[in-house]
Design a protein around this ligand. Structure first.
Ligand SMILES: *[C@@H]1O[C@H](CO)[C@@H](O)[C@H](O)[C@H]1NC(C)=O
Ligand SMILES: *[C@@H]1O[C@H](CO)[C@@H](O)[C@H](O)[C@H]1NC(C)=O
Ligand SMILES: *[C@@H]1O[C@H](CO)[C@@H](O)[C@H](O)[C@H]1NC(C)=O
Ligand SMILES: [Zn+2]
Length: 405
């Protein structure tokens, strides 16, 4: 009862807290390795012995339970999961820090171990890798104890001659979708070769037509997979809404979404990942309207469309903007608060909501039986969302992440 009324107070109070944006420094360095040596290096970084996580009793931590921050208690890390039996555990004093479920970045593009280390160090224990062109590269990022777990998309489906199609043509032209009739075969190839966790399709002008996008989404549903559509302007966003894809990523950089479009998204139960950090970076590089992206996010949130935290982190030369790994998730939390979300809502957008939206039942909350993906921070993010950067310890799958290296 005490904690609930405190909670209500904190939630109301946090509505008034608006943060100042500061751009994080670039913690990673891009390496000019070609893809096969990158894959080899990633695979070599995997330890050649089994890492058995220690059993830990994390004492004196204030758990964020999805609603509020509870009084100090003990959380047991038992192997890869959160446990309940302290027998034989090594005790660690959490010093009254706030314990959150590991953050989930719903849109990023790691390709090296350095990228993965930056994600983990900043408490991002799950990353949705939004463009998997080559299975070997995505496989090389999988199964690294102490690094984040990744969920991979398909290759992004795009049309020949489009901006994204030209990128795909450089990487592997057989991954293009040249006409609607190719969709079923494209889909089967992706499922057999990549085993994607979900599909990624690109709406753009020029680009895939509505009929092709619709068929891609329908086929994905037929294979029990969700679809994520890239849409960064009004026309593309409208296409994405019409396709009824589960997820729309980015936010229009030309003008804010109409109420009619927002109503349709609600009816379609569509989820938005506005990637405001990337939208801001793009608008700083070129004359695009970031205010429109922020406005759309605010309108979607007010209307009740679920919003997820995604950064589009990448250090790829040639894309519209580079965004550093890990620290950018904390930028995105600030951006979401700037778009009108409370601190609590922003935290949920980076933990429980992406887990729910993508059907991951093993993460997103600090509860017995869940993955031991945990972030311990010194400051209280309900008081100031920027306190999420004050990271003291991180565990991913029960393995503690070294914060210095
Ligand atoms: C894609 O590349 C072709 C060939 O270089 C070019 O003509 C076309 O304009 C490019 N498409 C876009 C949208 O830039
Ligand atoms: C689509 O066109 C490209 C050339 O633009 C070609 O390399 C590719 O094989 C075509 N895809 C299919 C499935 O025919
Ligand atoms: C940018 O978008 C905002 C919000 O939709 C709008 O009020 C403003 O007029 C736009 N600015 C330009 C230069 O188009
Ligand atoms: Zn992206």
């Amino acid at each position: 009862m005490f904690s609930n009324s405190l909670c209500a107070f904190i939630t109301v109070f946090s509505l008034f807290v608006r943060s100042i944006l500061c751009c994080g420094p670039d913690h990673s360095s891009a390496t000019p390795l070609d893809q096969s040596s990158l894959i080899a290096a990633n695979n070599l970084a995997r330890p050649n012995r089994t890492i058995i996580p220690k059993k830990i009793a994390l004492d004196n931590v204030r758990v964020f339970d999805g609603t509020c921050i509870l009084p100090p208690s003990t959380v047991i890390i038992d192997g890869p999961l959160i446990g309940s039996d302290p027998t034989g555990a090594e005790h660690i004093d959490g010093q009254g820090g706030v314990l959150l479920p590991g953050f989930i970045d719903a849109h990023c593009h790691p390709s090296s171990i350095a990228h993965m280390q930056d994600l983990a160090k900043w408490g991002v224990t799950t990353g949705f890798v939004m463009a998997c062109y080559a299975p070997e590269l995505c496989n090389s990022l999988d199964n690294h104890p102490g690094l984040s777990s990744i969920l991979r998309s398909s290759a992004p489906a795009s049309a020949p001659g489009s901006v994204h199609g030209n990128i795909t043509a450089m990487i592997n032209p057989s991954l293009l979708v040249n006409e609607t009739g190719e969709v079923p075969a494209w889909m089967k190839y992706q499922l057999a070769n990549l085993a994607p966790d979900y599909f990624k399709f690109v709406a753009e002008t020029p680009g895939l037509d509505q009929e092709t996008l619709n068929l891609l989404v329908t086929e994905a549903k037929g294979h029990a997979k969700q679809s994520v559509i890239h849409a960064a302007d009004q026309t593309s966003y409208t296409q994405a809404i019409l396709s009824a894809a589960e997820h729309i990523h980015h936010a229009p950089l030309d003008s804010a979404l109409s109420q009619a479009s927002i109503e349709t998204m609600l009816q379609n139960k569509q989820v938005s990942t506005p990637t405001l950090t990337m939208m801001r970076a793009i608008s700083q590089n070129s004359k695009r309207n970031f205010t429109a992206a922020l406005e759309t996010t605010a309108l979607l949130h007010k209307a009740g469309v679920p919003i997820l935290a995604g950064t589009d982190a990448n250090l790829q030369p040639g894309v519209p903007a580079q965004v550093p790994f890990g620290i950018s998730l904390h930028d995105e939390l600030e951006n979401l608060v700037e778009a009108g979300m409370s601190n609590l809502e922003a935290l949920l957008a980076a933990t429980l909501k992406p887990a729910r939206a993508f059907g991951l039942r093993d993460r997103g909350t600090v509860q017995v039986g869940m993955r031991a993906d945990l972030v311990l921070m010194g400051g209280d993010p309900f008081e100031d969302i920027r306190n999420t950067r004050d990271i003291r310890k991180v565990w991913t799958g029960g393995v503690e992440v070294p914060l210095q290296n």
